[in-house]
Unconditional design. Structure first.
Length: 252
């Protein structure tokens, strides 16, 4: 089986072709290990848990944003893919040609080496919403969560910070100051948590041109998320709450 892999040495990019004998139930991550062991020890990629938990192995596989450890080789071999990437005025069709499996780094982030990208901008946006509880900012009245309240935040709390949504987002592609889907989904997770009394504070952290208002609402982030987090729904929720807050302020 052939793998066409994008390489980057700090200056130049190229594609290398590798041929391996796949094992049954092999994931793309395992194929990368095999290539590293048998063909080229310098091939660089990120991983940690190997079980879709740490989010480190996000990359573009056959032109789709996926986790390498969660993508089975047998499921994507021979796959023909046509995507439009990104959307909007910069849109261009992207084809995956050939029978080999095409592996590229996650888009929208600068390259460090081969399949390793610099995640700093992603985490900078994430940190900007201050996604944590602190002692002054926790409602001491609420220690136990109802099942209903837990359900509301569960689907947003399951984010593993893989960045697949960021790498698929057409707005992040053209605007590096856009907060991005994962940060906004996390803002909604805190906004809807009854233990977090600073709801208005959270709205103010995302209410600006490069925050919720920049979203194109094309649902690419929802489509690629391996944990079924729906960032676009979170963005719609935050936008609605900001508008309601503004109306309330006018009527006061
Ligand atoms: S929202 Fe989904 S795709 Fe985005 S970082 Fe979290 S787990 Fe990854
Ligand atoms: S190695 Fe942890 S998510 Fe893939």
């Amino acid at each position: 089986m052939k793998f066409k892999i994008k390489r980057f040495d700090g200056k130049n990019s190229k594609f290398d072709m590798f041929e391996i004998k796949p094992k049954p139930h092999m994931s793309v991550l395992e194929a990368l290990f095999q290539i590293q062991d048998e063909n080229d020890g310098t091939l660089a990629f990120r991983y940690s848990c190997r079980g879709a938990v740490c989010g480190s192995c996000a990359m573009l596989i056959n032109k789709k944003q996926r986790l390498a450890c969660r993508t089975q080789v047998s499921e994507i071999v021979g796959e023909k893919v046509l995507t439009v990437s990104p959307y909007g005025p910069l849109a261009k069709p992207e084809f995956k040609t050939g029978d080999e499996i095409l592996v590229e780094p996650l888009p929208n982030l600068s390259l460090i080496k081969d399949l390793i990208v610099d995640m700093k901008p992603f985490f900078k946006h994430y940190e900007s919403i201050k996604p944590w509880f602190d002692i002054e900012n926790t409602n001491p009245e609420i220690n136990l969560m109802s099942q209903e309240a837990t359900k509301k935040i569960d689907k947003y709390a399951s984010c593993i910070l893989c960045g697949l949504c960021y790498g698929s987002c057409p707005v992040s592609a053209r605007d590096k100051d856009y907060m991005g889907p994962a940060a906004l989904a996390k803002a909604w997770r805190f906004y809807t948590d009854p233990r977090f009394p600073g709801r208005e504070i959270m709205l103010s952290r995302v209410d600006f041109t490069n925050g919720v208002w920049a979203c194109d609402h094309v649902y690419r982030c929802v489509e690629v998320c391996p944990k079924q987090v729906p960032p676009t729904n979170a963005i719609t929720g935050l936008t609605r709450k900001i508008i309601l807050q503004r109306i309330k302020n006018i009527l006061r």
